[in-house]
Ligand binder design. Structure first.
Ligand code: PLP
Length: 317
């Protein structure tokens, strides 16, 4: 099986008049325990922590966070102990995500919403820093310049395998991954689809971050023509799913049973491009969707919403 595969567009969304093929780069298959974009974002942070001779690595995340999950599973291969500050109270029955994080040996700290917002400036962080010496803090989601650099390297790996697509397509949350991909010299036109509501202004942040890590250096004005930012694909908001999206996912999963998409990011990105292709509004002939992983996130949804679980018709769920 190749890591670049053809995507089957469900029949109802095909467009016979337009020759648009969709491919996927299976980033979800790259790492056995921390698949997707998150460990690329962690790479340079780990280097920096080692250089700083940190004794602990710490970060923030929500109870279903792909970032915390990848953080835990990446650290499992190092000798650095990890600390995860989790938004909200820790319930006696941890979410499946937090259970995995704890099983990987990471210490969990609950955190009020206020401290979570204050992040580095919170009392909790000051407390943890006083308790443990030498803590390296990663921003939520592993973002910033170091996160983007890791994704710039990732783009070079993907480009090495892809020689035929005239556009790439990626989901965004913080936009760090998109900025890194955009910063790589060989990346073709990049379509960025936000999973958040009201993310219009993020396009500018992506351009400036991309410019900071671009190699060779490009200013954001010259990167601008290489990117299209889509802020109208959130289907109700972060981690929400519209009925139209749910229906699409069922058709998509039956046309591509071996290609699971995650519930928060990938499904919205693919739905968006498929609608554009159907409407004859997609200007590229061969498009490569970069799968950013996140499949563990399905555990935060009802099984009946997950079209990749084959459930018998009369099952009591
Ligand atoms: C975190 C995440 C993203 C968004 O990455 P950003 O760098 O924050 O834009 C996209 N897809 C998946 C599956 C993710 O977990």
């Amino acid at each position: 099986m190749s890591i670049i595969q053809a995507v089957n567009i469900p029949t109802a969304w095909q467009n016979a008049d337009h020759d648009c093929a969709l491919f996927v780069y299976r980033g979800d298959l790259e790492h056995p325990h921390a698949p997707g974009n998150k460990w690329h974002k962690l790479k340079y942070h780990l280097h920096a922590a080692k250089q700083a001779k940190a004794h602990y690595l710490a970060t923030f995340g929500g109870p279903y966070s792909n970032h915390l999950h990848a953080f835990a599973n990446t650290l499992a291969n190092t000798s650095l102990p990890g600390i995860a500050v989790v938004r909200g109270e820790l319930q006696p029955r941890l979410t499946a995500t937090l259970r995995d994080v704890a099983d990987a040996g990471i210490e969990l700290w609950p955190c009020t919403r206020k401290d979570y917002r204050l992040a580095q400036r919170s009392e909790l962080v000051a407390y943890i820093n006083a308790l443990y010496q030498g803590v390296y803090w990663l921003p939520e989601g592993g973002g910033g310049i170091l996160g983007a650099k890791g994704c710039r390297d990732w783009a070079a790996d993907i480009d090495y395998l892809d020689h035929e697509c005239d556009a790439w397509l990626v989901s965004s949350g913080t936009g760090t991954t998109a900025a890194g991909l955009l910063a790589a010299d060989k990346t073709p036109h990049l379509h960025v689809v936000s999973a958040l509501k009201g993310a219009e202004a993020q396009a500018e942040d992506i351009l400036s971050l991309a410019s900071l890590v671009s190699d060779p250096v490009l200013d954001s004005a010259s990167l601008r023509h290489k990117m299209t930012f889509h802020s109208d694909a959130h289907e109700g908001g972060y981690a929400k799913q519209s009925q139209a999206l749910e229906a699409f996912m069922r058709f998509f999963a039956s046309a591509n049973p071996e290609l699971p998409l995650d519930p928060v990011y990938g499904c919205k990105t693919v739905f968006h491009v498929v609608k554009k292709i159907h409407a004859g509004e997609w200007p590229h002939r061969r498009t490569l969707f970069i799968h950013t992983g996140g499949l563990q996130g399905w555990r935060g949804y009802r099984d009946t919403l997950n079209p990749y679980i084959a459930s018998p018709p009369d099952s009591e769920k």
